[in-house]
Design a protein around this ligand. Structure first.
Ligand code: ADP
Ligand code: ADP
Ligand code: ZN
Length: 218
């Protein structure tokens, strides 16, 4: 199973990926998580990434492509993976095609979670993230059992600096300009499936499992 989760910031990619990872044990590659980890370490990559992330801009293609190439070439389990947050530009999608061809792998499906801007803003502005394990919560829609504390690891929850109103607007703009064209890119290759991302977390999960053939129709 080799899949990409596509969709704007706040569409629910990370939330759904976490569920698929837990149920099916698929290797998970999130460029956002990798870049945030780098950001917290005092490295050249981290310093460079921070500048872009805090402004809501995309980190340069060559940096992100290098990270993904390295992760993909280390995969085992007959090369299954879930990619979350990559590709985000047509250049990244083309590079991914080349990397997968080199590794003798092919994509099975690109799942596009559709959510309109007003709902995205409501989700991002009240999202909380675990500092330790990266788990994602929402103050109204998916609150932790204990305020400020991660259910899975007990870590501290925080608001990502790019989840503030002004940066959210910029990220949505960047999405519409640079990432949206990927829908057509994958549609042409007959890989794209659109899913209503405004349904509940459980409903979206079921829809994804059905598309991927993981759920028998009852
Ligand atoms: P979101 O919750 O918006 O989906 P992510 O955690 O995926 O956010 O990404 C956070 C930030 O990390 C992005 O705004 C961008 O700066 C950077 N980033 C993540 N993935 C990529 C990518 N594929 N290309 C360029 N920048 C990326
Ligand atoms: P992405 O990875 O696409 O940026 P997240 O999975 O981090 O999105 O979700 C963004 C926010 O919306 C989080 O606070 C999450 O708890 C919440 N969320 C995710 N899916 C849903 C849903 N189906 N309904 C309501 N809120 C959701
Ligand atoms: Zn945690």
């Amino acid at each position: 199973m080799r899949i990409i989760l596509l969709g704007p910031p706040g569409a629910g990619k990370g939330t759904q990926a976490a569920r698929l990872v837990e149920k099916y044990g698929l290797p998970y590659i999130s460029t956002g998580d990798i870049l945030r980890a780098a950001r917290n370490s005092d490295t050249e990559l981290g310093r460079k990434a921070k500048e872009y992330m805090d402004r809501g801009e995309l980190v340069p293609d060559e940096v992100v492509i290098g990270l993904v190439r390295e992760r993909l070439s280390r995969l085992r389990q007959r090369g299954s993976f879930i990619l979350d947050g990559f590709p985000r530009t047509v250049a990244q999608a083309k590079a991914l095609d080349e990397i997968l061809a080199e590794l003798g792998m092919a994509l099975d499906r690109v799942i596009d979670l559709e959510v309109d801007p007003p709902a995205l803003v409501r989700r991002l502005s009240r999202r909380r993230t675990c500092r330790v394990c990266g788990a994602v919560y929402h103050l109204d829609y998916n609150p932790p059992q204990q305020p400020g504390v991660c259910d899975s690891c007990g870590g501290e929850l925080y608001q990502r600096p790019d989840d503030q109103e002004a940066t959210i607007q910029r990220r949505l703009q960047v999405y519409f300009e640079q990432t949206r064209p990927l829908e057509e890119y994958y549609e042409r290759r007959r890989l794209l499936t659109r899913i209503d991302g405004e349904a509940s977390i459980d409903e979206v999960e079921l829809a994804i499992e059905t598309v991927l053939g993981l759920k028998e129709q009852e």
